[in-house]
Design a protein around this ligand. Structure first.
Ligand code: SIN
Length: 308
């Protein structure tokens, strides 16, 4: 089964790829993604300077999913600007994720990484884990101002990674802003921020930063992710390429994202749990499912979710 996909005129050999944040910080991790069946290499969100991130323990996996408060640990953009050209030998698209603790940080990182021409740039407006820094994606006008400046700098297709929205008013206002800015694709969603996981035996939180509050991922957030994919798919009449992220641990989960309108799917928690072999398993499961259902291609079922 051909699982290739195209986003903003960039062709991906398969629609399954890593989510920014999962095993994509170091050169070794990025090269391992290059050797794997991942359909792209997505970098960790980069800031101007190296960041150690939040104190450990800062990631915890459990039966329902995961909670993290990594705090944007990354090598800093000069390192990624040096690594990205060497990743081209793997022959798959490279998505550079850009973040910052302030608007000037975003602009600086975007300018530097644009110069080495990754295939696409994903602007991360939704990291929930920096103490004292709210997620910009929840402020429509601040997002608009930042994205308009980034659009002037970034010369490759520019996408935005958004936090989950829980009310149609916010979906609508955000979609209008994204349309005005002219973004090229969306990544939906980042982790569901500021959740709290409790260990009842030890009667304490499971991660150290922010008193135990962190971003939730994995199976428990799939319905929230699907709702956001579906809402934006409908608001853009199916014309905005969407990368669905959240709760994909099986081929069926990936299929659900595609039914809701996703053109590709990113894997976070399952990649951390299983390692890069996860892509091969998901590719097999998704391919077999599509075949069993009689679909000849991904595009045949994209967005076709039925309503009652
Ligand atoms: C983190 O580094 O804290 C996670 C990144 C993100 O959620 O954007």
């Amino acid at each position: 089964m051909d699982l290739s996909t195209t986003i903003a005129n960039v062709r991906f050999p398969t629609c399954l790829m890593n989510a920014s944040g999962a095993l994509c910080v170091t050169r070794d991790e990025l090269e391992s993604l290059g050797r794997s069946r991942s359909g792209a290499i997505v970098t960790k969100s980069m800031t101007p300077a190296f960041r150690q991130g939040n104190p450990e323990p800062r990631y915890y996996s459990f039966s329902g999913g995961s909670i993290n408060s990594m705090g944007l640990p990354n090598l800093g953009y000069p390192a990624y600007a040096a690594i990205i050209p060497t990743l081209r030998r793997f022959g798959k698209p490279i998505i550079a994720s850009v973040a910052g603790l302030s608007p000037p940080d975003f602009l600086e990182a975007a300018r530097a990484v644009t110069a080495v021409l990754p295939d696409l740039i994903e602007v991360n407006l939704s990291c929930p884990n920096i103490p004292g820094k709210p997620q910009i994606g929840y402020d429509v006008e601040a997002s608009r101002a930042l994205l308009l400046q980034l659009k002037d700098i970034i010369t490759v297709p520019m996408g935005v990674k958004l936090p989950p929205y829980f009310d149609p008013v916010h979906h609508k206002a955000t979609a209008r802003m994204l349309q005005d800015v002219g973004v090229d694709f969306l990544s939906l969603i980042n982790s569901v921020g500021n959740g709290l996981v409790v260990d009842p035996d030890r009667e304490r939180v499971v991660i150290k930063p922010k008193g135990g509050f962190g971003g939730l991922g994995g199976p428990m957030i799939k319905p929230v992710a699907l709702a956001n994919v579906r809402a934006f798919w409908k608001l853009f009449d199916g014309r905005m390429p969407i990368i669905g992220t959240g709760g994909v641990v099986s081929g069926t989960d990936a299929f659900e994202h595609i039914l809701c309108g996703a053109s590709a799917v990113q894997i976070g928690t399952a990649l951390v749990d299983e390692g890069a072999e996860v892509f091969q398993r998901l590719e097999k499961e998704l391919g077999e499912l599509l075949q069993r259902k009689g679909y000849a291609s991904l595009s045949a079922c994209r967005g076709t979710l039925q309503e009652l």
